[in-house]
Ligand binder design. Structure first.
Ligand SMILES: C[S@@+](CC[C@H](N)C(=O)[O-])C[C@H]1O[C@@H](n2cnc3c(N)ncnc32)[C@H](O)[C@@H]1O
Length: 386
């Protein structure tokens, strides 16, 4: 069941995050079910938090995950595959935990373990109970900063992916102080001696990029992921980032699913921000006059601009990659992962872009299967003709 934007008034950022999960999780679980006998979902900071969907929890991360796990389990059972599905849901706050316990009954097809207390104290037992050959997805989504070192045993699992929320806005406000020991722990993993000095030396977008790099690098270097792309979730009424969702995967297939899901999240972000700003304008005639020129419309939103700039840059990178290929040719399966790793473009967009360039005569693609083929096959050789 699709998530309902009406449940997210005043917490539109959660709508962006949940749109990502709602698209990404069914795709991930579907792939996992065809190859693994067990899928484990770990929600370390589960909530429910400011849920407005009542007792069906459709606007919570665990509700979205458990609904998709249920549908995929039933789908695979109908195909004769009995994939075990388990979930560990950890929540510190006693009243949220009481709601979490009630929620368990809604998902009888999933083996759910609700755990009260701090995630930091439960990680070791959770990891110990997941067999090596099972696949796990971990969501780390606290309101502030987790003690990141204690999350590592979960992130370090080999058959695993994760989404980690880095509270950029808090970091940016308090990074100059030593008020947040968990931030200190996280960022000093990447730059033990000088992260604060480096941060102080830059400002604006450069500072934002540096925070992101340090946060990502700490996760990557300790847990050995190949890809760690990031979604920037913005404040609703201001053109500034609120938090960064860092995705961790060891496989290019994960990257592909990530970019599709990110696209839905960025579209949702552009629409909700634009609508919220319009609402605010209605309430303020003066601003209505100031911004009546469409400044805040969807095509001008920061998310839409990220997509537009990424597509332009992806086109340039592809050309550069093909022009500098050693043998003159480059296989498609070697072209797309480095581009998707850094830029917000989907696999299908890039594939169709290659096809457009092929039809325009700029790219040679020997033995292209048929004019109906839109996206290159993995082994397809490509060469830039200019
Ligand atoms: C941002 S909310 C989670 C939202 C949820 N992931 C979602 O998207 O629906 C963070 C939750 O973590 C809980 N929490 C805070 N610190 C915690 C800790 N150390 N261990 C477990 N839960 C914690 C809070 O009570 C709150 O319910």
């Amino acid at each position: 069941m699709a998530i309902d934007v009406a449940h997210y008034e005043g917490r539109e950022q959660a709508f962006v995050k949940h749109t990502f999960l709602d698209k990404y999780l069914p795709a991930l679980i579907g792939k996992v079910c065809s190859r693994y006998d067990e899928f484990v979902y770990v929600d370390g900071f589960a909530g429910p938090w400011k849920s407005a969907a009542g007792e069906n929890f459709d606007d919570t991360s665990f509700g979205i995950a458990l609904n998709h796990m249920t549908s995929q389990r039933l789908l695979y059972l109908s195909r004769g595959r009995n994939v075990r599905m388990r979930a560990f849901l950890v929540e510190k706050d006693p009243s949220s935990f009481a709601q979490l316990q009630r929620a368990v009954a809604l998902y009888p097809k999933i083996e759910i373990t609700p755990l009260n207390g701090k995630m930091e104290d439960h990680v070791a037992a959770i990891v110990a109970s997941i067999p090596q050959e099972s696949f796990s997805f971990t969501l780390i989504d606290p309101k502030g900063f987790p003690a990141i070192g204690s999350m590592m045993p979960l992130l370090q699992r080999q058959n695993a992916e994760a989404l980690v929320n880095f509270m950029f806005d808090f970091a940016n406000r308090f990074g100059g102080t030593d008020l947040i020991p968990a931030l200190e722990e996280w960022l000093s993993t990447s730059a033990p001696d000088d992260w604060r000095k480096r941060i102080k030396a830059v400002s604006g977008e450069q500072r934002e990029r540096l925070y992101e790099e340090l946060a990502v690098q700490a996760l990557r270097q300790t847990s050995g992921y190949v890809y760690a792309p990031v979604i920037t979730v913005d404040k609703v009424l201001h053109n500034r980032p609120l938090y960064k969702l860092i995705f961790l995967t060891r496989h290019s297939e994960g990257l592909k699913v990530f970019r599709d899901s990110e696209r839905s999240a960025l579209d949702a972000q552009a629409i909700t921000r634009s609508a919220s700003k319009a609402k605010k304008r209605e309430a303020c005639t003066l601003m209505g006059d100031l911004f009546a020129d469409g400044f805040d419309a969807v095509p001008n939103d920061r998310s839409t601009q990220v997509i537009r700039r990424s597509e332009e840059e992806a086109s340039r990178r592809l050309q550069a990659m093909l022009t500098t290929a050693n043998s003159g040719f480059c296989k498609w399966k070697e072209c797309w992962p480095p581009i998707l790793e850094e830029l917000s473009v989907t696999h299908s967009w890039l594939g169709r872009h290659v096809n457009d360039r092929r039809k325009a005569g700029q790219i040679s693609a020997p033995a292209w299967p048929s004019e109906r083929t839109q996206i290159p096959r993995d082994e397809q050789q490509l060469r830039w003709n200019g």
